[in-house]
Every structure is written in structure tokens, then in C-alpha cells.
Design a protein around this ligand. Structure first.
Ligand code: ATP
Length: 308
């Protein structure tokens, strides 16, 4: 797939402190790329450099191979929300479309379609200050896509949304990617990221920790865990082969297995005496990988690049 955005060896310091330490990744046409990391990792600083809100000290950012970033081809939902207050919803959407040189007639049609899609039909003449927080966020999301951008950057798009609205955003983001938009998405909601993204770039302390295809990342980093419902002696479970760690809660035990375990043969070798009412074997979630990476310095240093 064609590379739309390429970030290469980006560095940025504030005063003496280096915040971005040679960050490199790309976003391809039609994919959802997640940028992840603990609070303060440098995600928003990376995005602000891409958006030209600030300039990097070193490194390059290119769009379809050119170092000039065409702002009218980019849509951006910033982390800080807020639109002009005493302006009507349609007026602000048309004003922003005009700033991006987008034909007004088409913008108006798209705005009405999207307002309907997001359950805001008839709100086009309402003043922005009368909207609830979630409604305002929907309008701001519409503003970021009204001009059919080639690259869409969403900084925490789901924060503050109820589950129904989250679902609407999720569907819309997916459908935009299917139509070819390159999407860079920052979010702390790992379950949503896991459901949606094709590739991910995880950073901590201004550096890359993991970069690659979601499935490959999961195979590489997400060991198996086996959940057994039934009362069992912790000691027995801890001494089973390839068990790294056991967590127990009443009559449920979770056995975290070591890397490269053959799930089928491991299951075959379970001893007869175990009490098993239910048993499941899964890979650990992106959420668990994230916690591991964000809290385990060794893993962080060992982690290398998965095929990007
Ligand atoms: N304008 C600024 N001046 C000085 N320091 C800044 C500035 N902007 C960000 N920082 C610092 O840079 C670091 C990274 O911040 P950034 O907002 O990029 O992190 P983030 O990964 O987006 O975090 P969060 O998940 O909390 O939004 C933080 O230590 C922050 O204090």
C-alpha cells in the first residue's frame, strides 16, 4: 500500500529535555495506524509536529513523498476540544471547509448527511455553545473530515463519548479507511485499538518500543494465558511446565504461559487430577501487553521492531 505520511528520525526538545528521540513510522493509504504510549510518552508532540503546530529540531516529515505538508489534504481532530462558541453548527462546518478550499455546495451536503448519521439532524442552525460535550465532539469530528482528507489524524477521538457514540465513530473511521483514507489514531482505549487498527506504533519516553502489524505484534509479544474455572492448588498450577505466573481469584486461576508454547501439546499434558469446570486458552490482550511494556523496563529494552 502507498505510503501517505512518513515520519523519519523526528527529534524534539523542550528547553533541555528531549521529548522525541528519533521517532520514525509511516501511515499507508487505507490503513488505521495507532500511535500508543503511556501519558507523557510524546504522542501529541509527534502529532503537533506533523500538523506544523510546532517544528522538529531534527528529522523529516513527508506527505506522498514531498516534504511540503498540504494542510487541505489533512483532517485533524486535536486532543483539546473546542470550537468557536457563538457560531451556528453549519456556519462553522462551512467556514472550516472553505479554509480547506473545499466546494461549499458539496460541503453543505456532506455536513447535512453527517449530522443525520451522528443523530444531530436539525442541529445545523443551533449555536455551538448549546451543544453537549459529546455533540460538540461529533461536530468537531465532522469538521475534521468534511473536506475528504487523504490523511486523517485523530488524537483521542473516543474520550468522553458514550458507548453508542463510540460505536458510531468506530464505524465511520473504519469506513473512511476502507474508502482509502490513511488514518493515524491515538487512543488509550486498547480494546478499541485492538478491534480497529491494522498496525501500531507504541512509544514510551519519546522512543519507539514496538512498531508493526497488529497480528504480528500479538504473535510476537502476546503469550498464551490459560483460564481454568475450578478449585486447584496454586502450587500444583505453578509447577506445571511452561507456567510463568499464576493469578487466582476464588475458584478461577489464570496461568500465564511462557513464550513459544505449543498450545495443543501443552493442553494434552495437563495432569488428570486438575479440577476443570471450564477452560479457555487465549493470547493476552493488547491492554496487557501495553501494561507489561509500560511497566517492565527489561521488556522495553529488549523489544525490537516487528515487520513494519
Ligand atoms: N509545549 C511544551 N513545553 C514543554 N514541555 C512540553 C510541551 N508539550 C509537551 N511537553 C512535555 O512533553 C512530554 C510529552 O507530552 P505529550 O503531550 O506529547 O505526551 P502524550 O504521549 O500525548 O501524553 P498523554 O497521553 O498524557 O496525552 C511531556 O513530558 C510534556 O510535559
Amino acid at each position: 500500500m502507498e505510503t501517505v505520511l512518513k515520519v523519519d528520525s523526528l527529534e524534539k526538545s523542550f528547553k533541555e529535555k528531549q521529548i522525541l528521540k528519533k521517532i520514525s513510522f509511516e501511515v499507508r493509504k487505507g490503513e488505521i495506524m495507532a500511535i500508543l504510549g503511556p501519558n507523557g510518552a510524546g504522542k501529541s508532540t509527534t502529532i503537533r509536529n506533523i500538523m506544523g503546530i510546532m517544528y522538529p529540531d531534527a528529522g523529516t516529515i513527508s506527505f506522498l513523498g514531498y516534504n511540503e505538508i498540504p494542510r487541505h489534504k489533512i483532517g485533524y481532530l486535536p486532543e483539546e476540544r473546542g470550537l468557536y462558541k457563538n457560531v451556528k453548527v453549519m456556519d462553522i462546518l462551512l467556514y472550516l471547509a472553505e479554509l480547506k478550499d473545499y466546494p461549499l455546495k458539496k460541503a453543505k451536503e456532506r455536513a447535512l448527511d453527517y449530522l443525520k448519521k451522528f443523530d444531530l439532524e436539525g442541529m445545523d442552525n443551533v449555536s455551538v455553545e448549546e451543544l453537549s460535550k459529546g455533540m460538540g465532539q461529533k461536530v468537531q469530528f465532522i469538521a475534521s473530515i468534511i473536506h475528504e482528507p487523504d490523511l486523517l489524524i485523530l488524537d483521542e477521538p473516543f474520550s468522553g463519548l458514550d458507548p453508542v457514540s463510540q460505536e458510531m465513530f468506530k464505524e465511520e473511521i473504519r469506513s473512511l479507511a476502507e474508502k482509502g483514507t490513511a488514518i493515524l489514531l491515538s487512543s488509550h482505549q486498547m480494546n478499541l485499538v485492538e478491534e480497529m487498527c491494522d498496525r501500531l506504533f507504541m512509544m514510551a519516553d519519546g522512543q519507539k518500543v514496538i512498531y508493526g502489524d497488529l497480528d504480528e505484534v500479538k504473535t510476537e509479544y502476546a503469550n498464551f494465558k490459560c483460564t481454568i474455572r475450578g478449585k486447584n492448588d496454586r502450587n500444583v498450577l505453578e509447577n506445571l511446565p511452561n507456567v510463568q505466573r499464576v493469578e487466582q481469584d476464588e475458584d478461577t486461576s489464570i496461568l500465564y504461559l511462557t513464550k513459544n508454547v505449543e498450545a495443543a501439546s501443552w493442553l494434552k499434558n495437563l495432569p488428570d487430577g486438575l479440577t476443570i469446570h471450564e477452560l479457555s486458552i487465549d493470547r493476552i490482550s493488547l491492554h496487557e501487553i501495553f501494561i507489561d511494556i509500560a511497566t517492565d523496563k527489561n521488556l522495553l529494552q529488549e523489544a525490537g521492531e516487528v515487520h513494519a
